[in-house]
Structure formats: C-alpha cells, structure tokens
Design a protein around this ligand. Structure first.
Ligand code: ZN
Ligand code: ZN
Ligand code: ZN
Length: 458
C-alpha cells in the first residue's frame, strides 16, 4: 500500500444519537465502498462494545485489527483503536467541556486504560462516548502513565461547546489547557466547521499535525473528512522489503508526530467548512446568523432574544489567529479539475474540499439523500470506479457521464472546481450546499477531459 485513507473518529451504536447500523461488519463493508482503508473501531471504553470488538476482531498488523471473517480476503478493512472521551471540569473558575480522542496501541492497553478510568471513578457504562470528571490534562497524564505509546488528539477543536479552542467552554491555547504536557499533543482534529487553512494561522499549530476525520454517527457519513497517509520515498535502503510492509499503529502515530521514517500525512480530505454546523455565529431558534465582519460591526447580541449569539468557528479563529494571511495558500487545479490547497510555508500538507457523493447525486436528480434512486446511483458509481473517494477525486468526468449521465458528472466537476454556493451553518444547523444556482444553465457543457494520468497528483 502506498496510500492509506484513514477515518479515525467514528462512533458505535453505543454512543448517543448514533445509528444502530454502526457495527463493525457494516462499517467495514461501507468503508470499502467509500475507499477508506482504516476505520476507528471507536467507543472502546464501553464494556459491551469492547466485548464485541474483542470477539469480532483480530490483529492484522501491529496495533491494527481486521474482522476475523475477513482474514482470508485480499482487501481487508483495518480498525484502529481510537475513542472519544468528554471531559467536564472546572479550570481557572470556568466550566470546561472538552472532547478528546484517545488512541491505544493495542486491545490490552485499551483495556488497561479503561480499568484505570474506572479506578478513578469514571462511569464508562452510560455511553460509548463517556463523560468524565477528569480534566483533559489529567486524562492525557493517565493514558501516558498506562502506556506511553498511546496518542491523544483534541477533537473538533473549534466547536464552541466541546472544542479545546471553543469560545464557550474551551481555552485560548493548548499550553493553557495542558501546561507542561502540551508537548504530548502532536495533532489536533479540525472538525467540520474549520478547514486546515484556518488552523495554519495559529502559531502553536505550526509544528503539529492538522487532522481531519468524519465523527460519523451513521454509515453514509463515514469518510466525509479523512486523513491520507502516504509512504515516504527513498528513505529505506531496502526498498523491496519496505514495499511489502503494511502500515501499523506505530506508523500512523509516528506520522502524526512527524517522526516516522516510512510514512507521512500526504493530504486531508475536507468538508466545505461552511457546511459545518458552527461556521458562522448565530441563533438557530431566532434565525439569526452573522459572519465575523457583521459581528464586528453589529456586536454579538441577538436582535431577537437579546442574548449572546453562539460564536461561530470563523469568528473564533480570527480571535486566536497569530496571523491572518490569506496569501499563504496556493490554490491549484489538477488535470481532473480538482482544486488543491497548498501551504506556501510548507509546514502543513495540502488538502482538497469535497461534497459527499450522495449529496451531489441527490441535487443532480432532484431527490433526497435517503431515496432509493440516490442509493442505487451511489452504489453503481462506487462499484464501477472502485470507491466514492475515487469517483470524487480522480475519475474523469467523461467516464462518470457515460455511467450515470451528464448532470451528475457536471455536479462532480462543479464540486471539484468549487463552483458551488453554500449557505453557512450556524448554532448547530448544518450549512446548505447548492451546486446549481437559480437561473444557471442546465446544459452547461463539460470541459474536455484531459487524458487520465497514471499516478494521482498530490
Ligand atoms: Zn465530540
Ligand atoms: Zn465524536
Ligand atoms: Zn436569539
């Protein structure tokens, strides 16, 4: 494997508001259709789910697991042991609510971490994503004490209520949250409402990894954001041996720490941040939303209910940014019409912005994402070209057109080029993507496809 797509933040049916379909065999099956190689086994602190994981999975590579039933199959979906834990505590006279992802190097360490949490009085039975009274720093300390190969990643760092940088109950810096242990934070998750470029503006993130995962609560939402690990070239003296070696837990951990000889983060796959639930400031029930410039002009008080608006991620990033330099990003279109966003300072890997394929199909055929027609068309495209990610990133639009017609092909092309309109999300309300604006010609012709390339550009 030269490239590995990983979605390391997911939830099982044991977490609140999660679909009953979030069970390992279905996750593996849908993961394949979407083109995700490594999924989070998720929620392993929950005793019943842990039993299920232990019964169904076995170690395939060091620290990475696969379904026992898949053992003989050529292409296995791998599972990584990452689980989300919510901490609610007081620090500096302020109530903090923070979500963190805890990654364990293997099942026996995961079990030890759970045991240690139980000894500290945490209730792990109530939810797949348990709420504990330990602070983020205490939790980090605990997992490193159990096994220093564990990894700790603050989740969706900008969300107002549960992010480490959140405006409502977060901190102004990792240093403030973790003190001397902040050196053990090697990466953060951007969450749906922010994209990497927004995070590039924070100094303390310059040498940390900017990660993207889906935080999916149902199968169709898996992979809507993902991190792609790629093999480093020319590092090993013994290339032949290297090329036969599969990725391991340690490879992923060290790539995130930027200390791996074999792997690095190649790029991330992003949701349009405007589509996230907290991009703008606003009040959902009052129907009020504001971008940062409006907030600056009109303040942060809701004209309807006179209370403070829920501060959006965009506004919060501007508050904490050490620099607001839009010129730091290079945007370049590749031969598939896909835009790549590259950090000119070269500190961070590039990224692409996508809209989930089922949303593109639904708007193209004027249906809903849950309809049978959308599901069938989605499956047809994934089966024909290999996976959802392949269709979105690197299938020539002329091939998509031959399979499912011009309108859907045009939709994919418009998403790749960013020729779409989005009404930004705010206060828990998802943003709304519109691929075709009113009055836009239905018969806009597709640009000529260049000849397909052998290798995929990064
Ligand atoms: Zn969360
Ligand atoms: Zn989550
Ligand atoms: Zn209001």
């Amino acid at each position: 494997m030269q490239q590995v797509v990983a979605d390391l933040h997911l939830h099982s049916k044991y977490s609140r508001a999660v679909s009953q379909d979030m069970i390992l065999p279905l996750m593996a099956r849908v993961g394949k259709q979407k083109g995700i190689d490594i999924l989070s086994a998720s929620d392993w602190t929950h005793p019943l789910w842990f039993k299920e994981i232990s019964a169904l999975l076995e170690e395939e590579e060091e620290g990475l697991y696969c379904l026992k039933t898949e053992k003989r199959e050529e292409k296995k979906t791998l599972f990584f042991l990452a689980t989300e834990i919510a901490s609610i505590y007081k620090q500096g006279e302020k109530l903090r609510r923070i979500h963190n992802l805890v990654c364990a190097p293997n099942l026996s360490v995961a079990e030890k971490i759970s045991k240690s949490l139980l000894e500290r009085g945490c209730n792990l039975m109530s939810d797949g994503r348990p709420i504990i009274g330990l602070s983020s720093k205490q939790l980090l300390e605990l997992i490193l004490e159990v096994d220093e190969r564990s990894l700790f990643i603050p989740c969706h760092v900008w969300t107002p209520h549960f992010g480490i940088y959140g405006s409502a109950s977060g901190f102004d810096s990792l240093k403030e949250a973790f003190g001397e242990l902040s050196d053990y934070i090697f990466g953060i998750e951007t969450g749906l409402s922010s994209d990497p470029e927004m995070n590039w503006q924070i100094d303390e993130l310059t040498n940390r990894s900017i990660l993207s995962f889906s935080d999916a609560h149902s199968l169709p939402k898996m992979g809507r954001e993902a991190t792609v690990f790629v093999r480093k070239d020319g590092i090993s003296n013994d290339k032949f041996q290297m090329s036969n070696k599969q990725i391991t837990y340690q490879d992923i951990r060290k790539a995130i720490m930027k200390k791996s000889d074999a792997w690095r983060i190649g790029y991330t796959i992003e949701f349009y941040p405007e589509e996230g639930k907290y991009h703008f400031s606003g009040h959902r029930n009052c129907g009020v939303f504001r971008d940062p410039s409006q907030t600056k002009k009109e303040g942060n008080i809701c004209p309807v209910c006179k209370r403070r608006l829920t501060e959006g991620v965009l506004h919060r990033v501007e508050q904490l940014a050490d620099r607001l330099n839009k010129d730091a990003t290079l945007v370049k279109e590749n031969s598939y019409g896909l835009r790549w966003f590259t950090d000119k300072t070269k500190h961070h890997p590039p990224y692409v912005k996508l809209v989930p394929l089922n949303e593109i199909i639904a708007e193209s055929i004027a249906s809903t994402v849950f309809s049978q027609r959308v599901k069938e068309t989605f499956s047809l495209l994934c089966d024909t070209f290999g996976s959802e990610i392949t269709v979105l990133l690197k299938t020539p639009v002329s091939d998509i057109q031959k399979t499912v017609g011009e309108k859907i092909a045009q939709g994919v092309q418009k998403v790749r080029k960013g020729e779409i309109a989005i009404r930004p999300g705010y206060d828990g309300e998802y943003g709304k993507v519109t691929i075709w604006q009113e009055g836009e010609s239905e018969n806009q012709s597709l640009s000529n496809d260049p000849p397909p390339q052998l290798s995929f550009e990064i």
